[in-house]
Design a protein around this ligand. Structure first.
Ligand code: SF4
Length: 301
């Protein structure tokens, strides 16, 4: 059995920055409640490690960021790397909260593009429903239209002066197909595909894999970019793919009999978790014995 560690993988610059901001905020405002509006990143280990630092979280997938803000009564509120709408910013300030913004600069760039264009035209925004990033971007203007599939693109009403853009963590392949469907309907539309470099190069590294019979993606099931890596592997000829949180989820029956196993991880996955999976697999390849460790939250941040 050969184990291939895919490069690049794991934390992107936006996630590293958000975690640094979270740590610094706790130190800067001692004695004040510090609340994260949503999950800092879609990874339960990172969330638990932040909780251990004293950060509180308000999170409910059924609620928007604007609604979640009702639950933050005082102190400091941190906006996550996914970004928020202008309405969320205004509401936080009106409540007298101290705002700390960890929005990734790639998301901010998309927001600026959308705001600029929506002042004179319509924006088709390709994204995921109920994802915090798409929620924040779509709420910037009434002229932003969320599209999640080719079918939805085909059902769009007549629009003027159209810009087509997208969420930063989408699949390169799926997005290209939806853009093509939009382009067919609005041939004069301007295209600004905004999948970020971190997402792009992690997906391209999976597409470049050859003769791999199992792809293991280390990442949280709620992490959009981790899920995309698994889907891209399967659509690029890798016959089997697993998405696991950490080495704690490795089962011998899931890895037995494979010749070449590639391991990657989403940009919200701590490198320690991926390294643990790779080590456990290498040990299994050498000895035939699967030994996994329990993850210690104290080592995550
Ligand atoms: S995945 Fe891309 S957009 Fe999201 S935080 Fe990382 S660099 Fe920023």
């Amino acid at each position: 059995m050969e184990i291939i560690s895919v490069i690049p993988r794991g934390y992107c610059a936006g996630v590293v920055r958000a975690i640094r901001i979270a740590r610094e905020t706790v130190q800067k405002y001692p004695g004040q409640p510090v609340t994260m509006l949503g999950m800092i990143v879609h990874n339960r280990f990172v969330v638990e490690a932040c909780r251990a630092l004293g950060i509180q979280f308000v999170e409910d997938p059924a609620k928007t960021r604007l609604e979640l803000l009702d639950e933050v009564k005082e102190g400091v509120v941190i906006f996550t790397a996914h970004g928020v709408s202008d309405a969320v910013r205004r509401k936080a300030e009106a409540k007298g909260l101290t705002v700390v913004d960890a929005t990734c600069k790639d998301v901010t760039k998309t927001h600026e593009l959308v705001r600029r264009h929506a002042s004179s035209g319509d924006v088709i925004y390709i994204g995921k429903k109920r994802h915090p990033e798409s929620e924040g971007t779509v709420s910037l203007s009434d002229r932003v239209h969320l599209v999640t599939s080719i079918e939805e693109a085909e059902e769009l009403p007549p629009l003027e002066n159209v810009l087509i853009t997208c969420q930063t963590t989408l699949s390169l392949l799926d997005t290209a197909e939806i853009i093509a469907a939009c382009r067919k309907k609005y041939p004069d539309a301007v295209i600004a595909e905004e999948i970020c470099t971190a997402t792009r190069i992690r997906q391209e590294a999976v597409m470049a894999l050859e003769n791999v019979d199992l792809l293991i993606v280390v990442g949280d099931r709620r992490s959009n970019n981790s899920g995309q890596l698994k889907a891209i592997g399967l659509s690029h000829g890798i016959p089997h793919a697993l998405l696991i949180d950490s080495e704690e989820d490795l089962r011998e029956e899931d890895i037995r009999g494979y010749e070449r196993i590639a391991v990657t991880s989403g940009s919200s996955t701590p490198n320690l978790l991926t390294a643990g999976v790779i080590q456990a697999l290498q040990h299994y390849a050498e000895t035939g014995e699967l030994v996994t460790k329990k993850i210690s939250i104290t080592q995550i941040l």
